[in-house]
Design a protein around this ligand. Sequence first.
Ligand SMILES: NC(=O)c1ccc[n+]([C@@H]2O[C@H](COP(=O)([O-])OP(=O)(O)OC[C@H]3O[C@@H](n4cnc5c(N)ncnc54)[C@H](O)[C@@H]3O)[C@@H](O)[C@H]2O)c1
Length: 326
Amino acid sequence: MQNFGDFFLNKKVIVTGGAGFIGSHICEELVKLKANVICLDNFSAGKLVNVSAFINEPNFSVLDKDVCDNDEAMHEAFKDVDIVFNNAASKKNICLTNPQRDLEVNSGGTLNLLELSMKYGVKKFIHASTGSVYGEPKIFPTTESHPFEPVSYYGVSKLGGERYVDVFHKLYGLDTTILRYFHVYGPRQESNEFGGVVSIFLRNITEGRNPIVFGHGNQVRSFTWVKDLVNVNLLAAINPVSNGKAYNAASGIRVSINDLAENLLQLLDKNNKLKVEHGEPLIGDIMEFEVSNDLVIQDLGVEFNKDFWGNLKIAVADTAAFLNQG
Ligand SMILES: NC(=O)c1ccc[n+]([C@@H]2O[C@H](COP(=O)([O-])OP(=O)(O)OC[C@H]3O[C@@H](n4cnc5c(N)ncnc54)[C@H](O)[C@@H]3O)[C@@H](O)[C@H]2O)c1
């Protein structure tokens, strides 16, 4: 992790989705850096256990609210806030069953947070977006100027959120940064059907079930270590060059789903008992990712951890510990 000096000391920050996978890692680092951290989460997917390691720290508090709320508690929370890290989202799999809710949270909720941020003079708004806004990429490597052609409800609703962020920057001069995440992996990732592919495979294999690959499995993912994303968020917060910009926050690692499944079977020493199974392709699944991270490296000096298979061992240990907890 970069040395942030005392930049975050006593800063009031809100991390929406702070009890989720990525948000909890952002909270954890900000608590260590002695910011005053409010974890705003409606606990639709987030869990207190994700923040349990620092929940009793005096500079950390939990606010059980929805990003669409606009009541007294929300107004009170936004007073004197320096930085908002917006990581709350209705996720991909929910979108397939309830696209209206995605629109409400990912677009409408973002608009609500932006309005509160303007009203209370928030100094920086860092918004978690997704590579899904590009849809099936047509230009490789995919840079930030790739056309937006999302092919999922999730991608559309996240694109709506991004566009609102951009409008608040252009119309009102709000200091904003959009970070497009890609296939984040690491400890605390949900391993139920709403989680990421790494943690879902890990759970299946650990529990003695075959990992199920949707479609042929040659689809490539650009996996990014969660701690790198924390670093990108904090670097965006401290560096004025990020004002008004959108960045691909991706490591550049490319791994096929088949390779991932095969390697996990080997890593867990289950390759003689279990095998990769193939299921129906997922609607809106994207086949190829080759993401350019040149801009985020150039502007913010981010160093991505490229040791995917080494990091997987950490994720494996974490999942085993989690499953042992019940
Ligand atoms: N994990 C990835 O690979 C990935 C990839 C691209 C983008 N993202 C983006 O990163 C952000 C964090 O994702 P994550 O993987 O940590 O997901 P997560 O589901 O673990 O975390 C999201 C959190 O948001 C909370 N939340 C959902 N709706 C809410 C609402 N209406 N009000 C308040 N809180 C709400 C959930 O309870 C949860 O704690 C999201 O914006 C997501 O779109 C993630």
